[in-house]
Write a protein that binds this ligand. Structure first.
Ligand code: PLP
Length: 446
């Protein structure tokens, strides 16, 4: 089965050349110019120079094809970041392109709704267990914030309980270390609770009336047996709206999201990222009872029904239904994970480094090695993988275009990187060979 999938599915990467990395001259020069007029020289923290090894990484991408991208210096890479998990099928997917091109010739944004809104809504209602009604946004933050406002309107309560990452809006970011600019009064309205900790959740829900409990149904850890079911039960008992943030899990874990995979249906859910294969579209979906409150709140924007993204998203879902996309994300991720675990054992790094989570979104977990911090080790890995033509933050974000050639190149890069890491750790020479400042995370939520 695996071989069959590998043979037929990753079709959109015609270029099978070995990744090539020579210089970052143009990237570094453009960074200097861009920093003069664009704060952080990027629109997204995780895509910015702050998250990559200084002078040792591409900073501006020119084009993408399948599982690969080319930077402005002409270097080519296998991209394990995949637009922060928005690329599920692969770059430049022909089916999505043709749907977008067809719509482009008819118009992008009108003064009224289009039929595409209904067509996509019907597809989402058909595939997502909790979806009885649907509204669209452009970003994941639009969708999670829509769920939050809707929950407040529905329950008449102000406080929110959150678990995981949910975007840049005040109601959530006020709970993190990046809360500068969020009023204290707003910060006080959101509490957080650790994942898989049912006692902490019950205690909070018993002592405080929350409008919603919003959580990523899974990120780094699988739900403990019975956890999501108990969450469902206790939120129902306390009149708290249960919101699944499926921005990452949606269109990855299962076509109907983590709620389908784990068999637990929330009241509302937020989808985004993978539903448009890179096009800016998100959705608030949920029970008719709560979604009807959309009539009374304000969730509305000029580009809410922009048609290229709607047409693209319809093409994504059609392809996911027609071809074994979801199966491939899981199986290719599993195969990669097994190979990487083997290399970690061989290089005797398995006590320090492991990959956790769902196969389509494995997250690297690193321990401190004596006085060498985990961040130093992560920086070394990232720098060395990039030098070998693999762009990585610290996750394996799988796409349908990731085939055997990509698998082999990534494995080779890991073999070399982990052998060097192991040698430097044994010899005590890692700091001398880091060659760039240590990368600090923006903040840690997972
Ligand atoms: C789980 C989760 N929720 C919400 C968001 C916010 O989505 P966006 O960046 O599209 O606003 C993200 C983004 O990474 C996410 O991972």
């Amino acid at each position: 089965m695996l071989n069959k999938l590998f043979k037929r599915s990753p079709v959109s990467s015609p270029s099978r050349e070995t990744p090539q990395v020579t210089s970052f001259e143009k990237s570094n020069a453009l960074l200097m110019k861009a920093l003069e007029i664009i704060p952080i020289a990027s629109q997204t923290f995780s895509k910015s120079h702050l998250q990559y090894p200084k002078d040792h990484a591409p900073l501006f991408i020119d084009r993408g094809q399948g599982a690969r991208v080319w930077d402005i210096d002409g270097n080519s890479y296998i991209d394990m970041v995949n637009g922060l998990m928005s690329i599920t099928l692969g770059y430049n997917d022909p089916d999505v392109n043709s749907a977008v091109m067809k719509q482009l010739s008819r118009g992008i944004t009108f003064s009224h709704a289009s039929e595409l809104e209904y067509e996509l809504a019907q597809m989402l209602v058909d595939i997502i267990p909790c979806a009885e009604m649907v509204r669209y946004g452009k970003t994941g933050t639009d969708a999670t914030s829509g769920c939050v406002r809707l929950s407040r309107a529905y329950t008449g309560r102000d406080k929110i309980l959150a678990c995981g990452y949910h975007g840049w809006q005040d109601w959530y970011i006020g709970t993190t270390a990046r809360r500068l600019g969020v009023p204290k009064a707003v910060q006080a309205l959101t509490d957080t609770v650790p994942y898989n900790d049912l006692d902490a959740l019950s205690d909070l829900l018993k002592t405080e009336q929350y409008a919603a409990f919003i959580l990523e149904p899974m990120n780094i850890a699988f739900p403990k047996p019975g956890y999501l079911e108990a969450v469902r039960e206790i939120t129902r008992q306390t009149g708290t709206v249960l919101v699944f943030d499926e921005i990452v899990t949606g269109f990855h874990f299962s076509l109907g999201g983590a709620q389908e995979l784990f068999g637990v249906t929330p009241d509302l859910a937020a989808f985004g990222k993978g539903m448009g294969n890179g096009l800016p579209i998100s959705a608030v979906v949920g029970s008719r009872d709560i979604m009807k409150k959309m009539d009374d709140i304000f969730f509305s924007g000029t580009f809410g029904g922009e048609t290229l993204s709607l047409a693209g998203s319809i093409a994504v879902i059609q392809k996911m239904k027609r071809e074994p996309v979801i199966q491939h994300l899981q199986q290719a991720g599993d195969r990669l994970d097994q190979a990487v675990s083997h290399i970690l054992k061989e290089t005797q790094l398995d006590h320090l480094i492991s990959f956790k989570g769902h196969p389509c979104w494995k997250i690297m977990s690193v321990e401190n090695a004596g006085n060498i911090s985990a961040q130093v080790i992560k920086t070394f890995i990232q720098k060395n993988m990039i030098a070998r033509g693999v762009i990585i933050l610290s996750t394996h974000n799988m796409s349908y275009a990731f085939g055997t050639a990509e698998h082999n190149s990534v494995i080779k890069a890991y073999q070399e990187t982990f052998s060097e890491l192991s040698r430097h750790l044994t010899q005590g020479t890692l700091m001398d060979n880091l060659g760039c400042p240590v990368i600090e995370p923006i903040f840690k939520v997972r």
